[in-house]
Design a binder for this molecule. Structure first.
Ligand code: UD1
Ligand code: UDP
Length: 386
């Protein structure tokens, strides 16, 4: 019996670890699963835990309003160390690129516990963009014993950093497993604000923004572009679940707060958000996870970033980098509203990121790591798009 500690704490790492938690918990004879929430996020984490019915064994409860990176780091490492000392797991699993990921890996390293990194190998090669995520991923990779990149491209990035192929297994991204778990054709939205929004005539666009490097002027430019679009296309509507970071809200509410065809709402629980995504015409976002979910649902994604560590959907043509330039965002969104050919070219359902079996492959890779015999499962390969 191997004891596996799974560390999570923000909205995206928890959504993406939920399928792995469930899959490992099914293997009762082989694994004892310990779930540790740093709670770097609070309300946005609790929403996810609720949807997936996860009750963490430990809750470090570290979130404070407007917390700095240094405070997050300090509070996670000190509190996590106590849990790792007490539990002494055989492996720690972290996911992605948040502070919880990187500091979780570091805390495990200090106790000489091997680390398994899900969603490994994403790179922009610019340590300040996304900030601090690119560095979080790189530092995590140096510590990691078992690397689980979602795609061949992310596996290649790891090999370029001299990580041996024997320590790498391509799983696909568990966000697609999570998406398949919650998206339903006949999904009913409990909030009347959402069902009323969907009843509005015209096209529907979903927005999200939260990246640290976009706070302030870049985010202001993006909001001004949306305002211009909302004024020019009153027949179409925008829905924007606004991240709880006060630095995001300080920018978004003054610019977009009083427009008839823009609905600003609180962050949505994952089942509402992903079912809403599946009903949109297109998406404008700076999110990592939403860049993966949009293409899977056949939705064009305009990416509010200067660079992306998720180039696969850009290559397939479903996502387009539009940066934080007001004019460029405005022009591309306008084209999606008005140019059907341009829209159709982008609205292809492609799945470069996963096939819903990433958690199964993760469990297989962990068994292999510990020398546990099991049926062979092959690495993830995306289906060719037509
Ligand atoms: C964090 C991650 C980022 C990820 C994002 C997903 C780091 C450094 N950043 O960024 O990689 O893309 O989560 O959303 O790990 N807040 C609340 N309630 C919540 C959550 C946040 O009030 O439930 C507020 C707090 O004031 C907090 C602020 O948002 O200080 C920022 O949270 P923080 O975790 O520092 O960074 P995010 O921008 O959320
Ligand atoms: N998401 C959600 N509710 C929302 C907005 C996003 O559940 O109101 C989900 C979304 O489906 C995706 C994840 O949160 O799976 C992305 O999180 P976020 O954009 O905060 O972080 P990132 O992926 O950029 O790290």
């Amino acid at each position: 019996m191997k004891k596996i500690a799974i560390i999570f704490g923000t909205r995206p790492d928890t959504i993406k670890l939920a399928p792995i938690i469930k899959a490992l918990q099914k293997e009762k004879k082989l694994f004892k699963v310990i779930t540790i929430a740093t709670s770097q996020h609070r309300a946005m984490l609790d929403q996810v835990l609720d949807v997936f019915s996860i009750k963490p064994d430990y809750d470090l409860n570290i979130m404070k309003k407007r917390q700095t990176l240094a405070e997050i780091t300090k509070n996670i490492i000190v509190n996590l160390d106590k849990v790792l000392e007490k539990e002494s797991p055989d492996m720690v699993i972290v996911q992605g690129d948040t502070s919880t990921t990187c500091i979780g890996a570091l805390a495990a390293f200090y106790r000489k516990i091997p680390v398994c990194h899900a969603e490994a190998g994403l790179r922009t090669d610019n340590i300040y963009n996304p900030f601090p995520e690119e560095m979080n991923r790189r530092l995590t990779s140096v510590i990691t014993a078992l690397h689980l990149p979602p795609t061949d491209l992310s596996a290649l990035a790891l090999k370029k950093e001299h990580i041996p192929a024997s320590k790498i297994f391509v799983t696909g991204n568990t966000v697609i497993d999570a998406l398949k778990f919650v998206v339903k054709n006949n999904y009913k939205f409990a909030q009347s604000e959402i069902s009323n929004f969907l009843k509005r005539k015209g096209k529907h666009v979903l927005l999200t923004m939260h990246r640290r490097e976009n706070l302030g002027l870049p985010m202001t430019a993006a909001c001004l572009a949306i305002k211009r679009l909302a004024n020019e296309f009153p027949q179409h509507s925008f829905i924007f679940p606004v991240h709880l970071n006060p630095a995001v809200r300080d920018v978004v509410y003054p610019i977009l707060g009083n427009l008839e065809n823009i609905l600003l709402i609180e962050p949505l629980k994952y089942s509402d958000f992903s079912n809403l995504l599946s009903r949109m015409n297109f998406i404008i976002t700076d999110s990592g996870g939403v860049q993966e979910e949009g293409p899977s649902l056949g939705k064009p994604v305009l990416v509010l970033r200067e660079t992306t560590e998720r180039p696969e959907a850009i290559k397939f043509g479903t996502a387009k980098l539009v940066g934080l330039n007001e004019e460029k965002i405005y022009r591309n969104a306008k084209k999606l509203f008005t140019d059907q050919e341009f829209y159709n070219k982008m609205a292809k359902s492609v799945n470069p990121y996963g096939d819903g079996k990433a958690a199964e492959r993760t469990v297989y890779a962990i068994k292999k790591y510990f020398g546990i015999k099991s049926n062979v499962i092959s690495e993830f390969k995306p289906k060719k798009s037509k």
